[in-house]
Design a protein around this ligand. Sequence first.
Ligand code: C2E
Ligand code: CA
Ligand code: CA
Length: 713
Amino acid sequence: MSLIQRVPARYLWPVLLLLGLCFGSILGLILVTTSAQDRLEAVRETRTLEAALATSVSMVEHDLQDYAKWDDAVRHISYDFSAAWIDDNITAYLGKTQNYDHVFVIGPDGGTRYAFSNGNRSSSKLAEILGPSIQTAMAKVRAMDDRGTPIVSGFAREKRQVFVYSVAAVVPLTNKVSAPAGERHLLVIAERFDASHLANIRAKHHLPALALNLARPAPSSAALVLRDMDGNQIASVEIAFETPGTQFRREVIPGFAAIMVVAVIAALFILRQGGQSIAALTASQAKTQHLANHDPLTELPNRRVLLGRLNEAIATGNHFVLLYMDLDGFKGVNDLYGHGAGDALLREVASRLAAAAPAHSLIARTGGDEFAILCQLDVDGPGCSLAERIIASFQTTVPVAGANILIGISVGVVTSSSDALVDIDELMRRADVAMYNAKARGKNRWSDFTLELDEEHLVRKRLEQDLRIAIAENRIELAYQPIVLAESGAIVGLEALARWTHPTEGPIPPDVFIPLAEMTGLIGSLGGQVLRRACIDIKPLGIDLSVNLSPAQFWDAHLADQISAILADTGFPADRLELEITESYLLGRPQAAAAIMADLRTLGIRLALDDFGTGFASIGYLQSFKFDRLKIDKLFVKEAMGCASGRDLLVAIVALAQALGLRITAEGVETEDQAVLARAAGCHWLQGWLFGRPMPLSQLLQESSLRRETQKR
Ligand code: C2E
Ligand code: CA
Ligand code: CA
């Protein structure tokens, strides 16, 4: 039963039906042929018995006829009746040798003239022995012509005995004796027809068991009826028909049933195996399907599913919003905390998106740190409110790998268009443009697509391409700006600043190409080139070098290795190198940032906090990060000139930095007044146009005292 239960029903019944049909037909065929065989056998046996009975009768007739049609018999019976002659010439053979039970001679008047019964002469009457039908037989014989052989044979019954008998008229064989006038004498012989008679027949004709049944009418159809001369049924011979068909059936059917059972079990077994394979196949198909459509890490549908849904939405004309998102600074998390942490972060992102998105929207992971949400336009107001909700949901830190990470997300928003030209590729492109714009505008914000944006985007893409080429061809140049001692104005160091002159657009400001390099992953090689060149350039001058570091560089796990390799290659002393970093990108992950800073310090280099005052740095924050130097942003220097409060602020900042043991540089010093103020406030070093604009090294060497100093060295 359990075998059946484990077979899938839709296969079970057809197969069982088929098997049933096959076995049923075979069985039917066996039944039909074997019963036909039985029937044929019965017919054959019946015919054989009929013939055998006829032979029995004709044998009696044959025995009698020579004695009846015989000249001597006419002489000794019809003319000169002699019982002794009959004894010697007829009964001696028929009664004693052939063992007929009865021999009678009947006179023309019908009276019994001679009787021999059961081995002896007797006084029995013919009718008492053979019953009334013998009269009919005798009448028939009397009616027959002498020229033939007037003889009649058959079966007769008296009481419970059946006989086979023959009656013949005693007539001359030749014309040596003339036929007696009037009625003739009749000669009758009879033999008991009983079981032993039947046994002989059976043996001679290879028949099955036969039995004489005296019941009238015959009890069964399987019997051959015996009739007397009057046509009355006197007995029947029952045949125990042989049934070769039935016998065959009996022998074959158990084996056949066994085969049937085995076949059914085998079929069920095969079906079960098949069912299991099918189930396994279906499961693996479903799994493959799932894998093909889902991101294994977040379990979110993948890009393929998103494109399918977008296609559907476009085809059905439903209005929808597509949000295309990219994490800000994800690569840094991966580099810093390892891929396990990166994976955990992505999973958390997936769940935050799911929490922010309206029900029934599709959330997909379309790439490494890229996600998308597709939802109906009327579900939750315009796409921008959803975008805002998503950005808000990333304002709390994510606990990953024992740290609290603040990750940003930039969102591009596209709404479905009635413009027939907007196909799926164009939609995806627009979403990408909008997202890119959000990144370019400072990240962790959203932007929706407009056609103007598209133009900006094109320009930016072209510029990006050109920048890539410029970096590859090493065409980024350096300008150096002097940093001087506040007291004496002597140059103590130079800040290296990247310069790019576009072949057709002319000089591109670093505020444009540095963020572009950062967004496109070019900053690593650009920063490396700048540092290497600056080390080579400045090494012979024996003064300090300041180089700017961008956020993407800062979070690159290979930064320390890269810097120490450059220092080793160029032979630049580490203690003369100062790296400038801005505070904005340290805020999100203070612990990680502190770890990186500690790493860099072990190389022996110094760290400066650039553009101080423009970000959100708090006092506690300054304390925990252990910078060597604070560079006060040029805005403060400018402000300090305008009003007393500005001046007080500058003084307070310097005092604070001094209290924290930090050295201070004032940036953007353009006038002598500003220099005086900064000096008075307590700044150690000054930097600005007053002391020199950023310029090529050659120019700097010509204009400043540096050349002399170099020559002295
Ligand atoms: P920053 O690090 O604050 O660099 C100082 C900027 O102030 C320079 O602008 C410089 O020309 C300008 N400057 C210097 N003195 C004065 C002054 O007296 N008055 C005024 N108004 N401006 C002054 P620049 O060269 O356009 O660089 C802009 C920014 O681009 C830099 O700001 C720095 O953040 C970034 N940058 C430049 N080169 C590199 C680089 O090689 N790597 C990285 N990561 N960033 C760079
Ligand atoms: Ca700087
Ligand atoms: Ca600065």
